[in-house]
Design a protein around this ligand. Structure first.
Ligand code: NAI
Length: 365
């Protein structure tokens, strides 16, 4: 049954294991979106809004379900006092999002009364988010003096901490000096990670589909450039995926020529069993949603009563290092994959309310 809210049409979709999934339409302005709340036991669901030209509704639904569940696990391990949610706007290829579409989306966010807080994601820049903010308070990561702004510095710092944890676990020291690290993708996060690794003494091998980015890394960080096809099989100590999801799969895992994988790309394993395949090859895998949680930690600080202060997420990101070492140790003693151990920590925190929000969220923008 649909429910009318001004010109918005909301259709509740029942999905096992999800608290609330709603299809939203505003036909006059051309909005078609889905907002999914996976789990709010630890706090309001927080997750980006992705605008993407999905081929059909089912593809968009699958994506929003997968992504919102991923946010639950990421937040539970990072103890940000937030739950898992995500939204997608179904766009048409080549057609820009209009202000009306973004404002109608903001009205849809309001229907969740603060149980869903949106942020930037693929296809949604900070300027789009600023338009959404005109229609709703429930937004973080805005280009506003009291908001947290670009999360990529914090995500990259967490990526560095993840790589340090791998070094500690495999070689007994967190130093990256002299290690060869292959970075796939030199975007907002990958390039910043490359800079930190360079200054800390690592040798870099890089690939990006954008050759200008490769040229920049070669010039600034003495990086060796290889083609996007070669990067996964390039000999290195640590492979750092910083571009695409699903890159660890039955096709690529046999080709890997590294001792560990630690990068910031979301959903690196195509399937659960790929985590076990890495284990069989004795490649240490740092679970992606632990490594890349720095960006989430950053936006969550702007919800605190005291307001945003970049020193807070910077310090919280040290948790990535400790958390990964604990995961590696448990995996070693139990014979489970690191991915499974991370999931179990998330599930345990959710069940026992560990990291549950104690303060009301506050919006300062
Ligand atoms: P971005 O879009 O700025 O950078 C991605 C880079 O990957 C681009 O330079 C692109 O040309 C390159 N690329 C695309 N396909 C490639 C291929 N086949 N081979 C090599 N390079 C390729 O994205 P951003 O923000 O740097 O994020 C990177 C990854 O980290 C994404 O998976 C994202 O979901 C994830 N992530 C990002 C966060 C953030 O704070 N920006 C937070 C958490 C996760």
């Amino acid at each position: 049954m649909g429910q009318e809210t001004s010109a918005l049409l909301l259709r509740e979709i029942t999905v096992n294991g999800y608290e609330r999934v709603v299809e939203v339409k505003e036909e006059e302005v051309g909005l078609h979106a889905i907002i999914a709340l996976h789990d709010t036991r630890l706090g309001p669901a927080l997750g980006g809004v992705r605008a993407y030209p999905y081929r059909n509704f089912d593809e968009a639904l699958t994506d929003v379900l997968r992504l919102s569940k991923g946010m639950t696990y990421k937040a539970a391990v990072a103890r940000t006092g937030t739950g898992g949610g995500k939204s997608v706007i179904l766009t048409k290829a080549g057609t820009p999002k209009t202000e009306e579409v973004l404002l109608a989306f903001a009205e849809a966010v309001n229907q969740f009364n603060g149980h869903y807080i949106c942020a930037e994601d693929v296809g949604m820049g900070v300027d789009d988010l600023a338009v959404v903010r005109q229609g709703t308070h429930y937004v973080v990561g805005l280009p506003h003096p009291k908001s947290s702004g670009d999360p990529s510095y914090f995500t990259a710092w967490g990526g560095y901490k993840g790589i340090q944890a791998v070094c500690q676990s495999l070689w007994g020291s967190p130093s990256v000096k002299g290690k060869t690290i292959a970075i796939q993708g030199l975007g907002a996060v990958g390039m910043k990670l490359a800079a930190t690794l360079f200054w800390e003494g690592a040798h870099l091998v890089v690939a990006d589909v954008d050759s200008a980015r490769c040229a920049q890394a070669a010039k600034s960080f003495a990086a060796k450039v290889v083609s996007p096809k070669e990067i996964l099989s390039t000999p290195c100590d640590i492979l750092a995926p910083c571009a695409l999801g699903g890159i660890l799969n039955p096709m690529t895992i046999p080709q890997l020529c590294c001792k560990a994988v630690a990068g910031v790309a979301n959903n690196q394993l195509l399937k659960e069993e790929d985590g076990r395949a890495l284990m069989k090859r004795q490649i240490l895998y740092a679970p992606d949603y632990v490594v890349n949680s720095g960006g989430l930690m950053n936006v969550c600080v702007e919800l605190e009563t005291k307001g945003y202060n970049p020193a807070r997420p910077r310090d919280q990101i040290d948790h990535v290092y400790d958390c990964l070492l604990a995961i590696f140790e448990t995996a070693k003693t139990t014979g489970k994959s690191t991915h499974q151990v991370a999931d179990e920590i998330a599930e345990d925190n959710l069940t026992r309310g560990i990291g549950k929000r104690t303060q009301e969220v506050m919006f300062h923008h």
